[in-house]
Design a protein around this ligand. Structure first.
Ligand code: G3P
Length: 221
């Protein structure tokens, strides 16, 4: 399973990247706006820092505008994946950009029908937003399972990028299904790392070591 971070916070990306945990990044206009500053600089810094795919989203809603923005964004680096919305113009832009060798992540996918169409338009990734489905009383993770089953029946190369992750259980569920990628806010990755028994275990090991040191003052490892 590949782990992407769903953030535009450069410092957090750097921290988790140094632990070797970041296979890629997804951003969107909301995440960039949360960070403030010059969004182009932020995007370029992230693209330079990360070896894997970095999704940068177009803001135009028209085909021509999406192409223009997608081509411009791709100039930031060879690891840029252009994020296009799941709309008729978005799919058309996906097809054209893909034919030009620019990979596309089709975003805002909320049904298996949309997922089939995103895959048919040649998307490298399709992003079901599972948390937002949960928010309206639908089962986001079942959608991932259904999309996974459908894509497996055919020769699609499109990868499922599970987005709008709300908690670590979503990550485990996506892993059990075999989703290719999960993109998560850094806070979820932080929660995945932690377990209270790890903290208690470490505290006890260190306390016992201190005891040993008192009995053997010259001991060292
Ligand atoms: O990558 C998509 C993601 O940012 C959406 O998450 O929490 O705004 O539903 P959320």
């Amino acid at each position: 399973m590949k782990i992407f971070l769903d953030t535009a916070n450069v410092e957090t990306i750097r921290m988790y990247n140094e632990m070797g945990l970041v296979d890629g990044i997804t951003t969107n206009p909301s995440l960039l706006s949360k960070e403030g500053g010059d969004p182009q600089k932020v995007m370029e810094t992230i693209v330079d820092m990360i070896k894997g795919d970095v999704s940068l989203e177009v803001v135009s809603t028209e085909y021509e505008g999406m192409l223009e923005e997608g081509r411009r964004l791709r100039k930031f680096g060879d690891n840029v994946v252009v994020k296009c919305p799941m709309t008729p113009d978005g799919l058309r832009a996906c097809k054209t950009l893909t034919a030009e060798g620019i990979p596309v992540n089709v975003t805002l996918v909320f049904s298996s029908n949309q997922a089939i169409l995103a895959a048919k338009s040649g998307a490298k990734y399709l992003s079901p937003f599972i948390g937002r489905l949960d928010d309206i009383g639908q089962d986001g993770i079942s959608l991932v399972k259904e999309i996974h089953d459908i894509l497996r029946n055919y020769d699609f190369k499109t990868q499922i990028l599970v987005a709008s992750i709300r908690h670590p259980i979503h990550v485990v569920q996506a892993g059990k299904i075999g989703a290719d990628v999960v993109t998560m806010p850094p806070a979820i990755l932080g929660k995945m790392l932690k377990h209270k028994l790890t903290d208690i275990g470490l505290k006890n090991f260190l306390a016992d070591w201190e005891k040993l040191k008192k009995e053997n003052p010259r001991i060292r490892i």
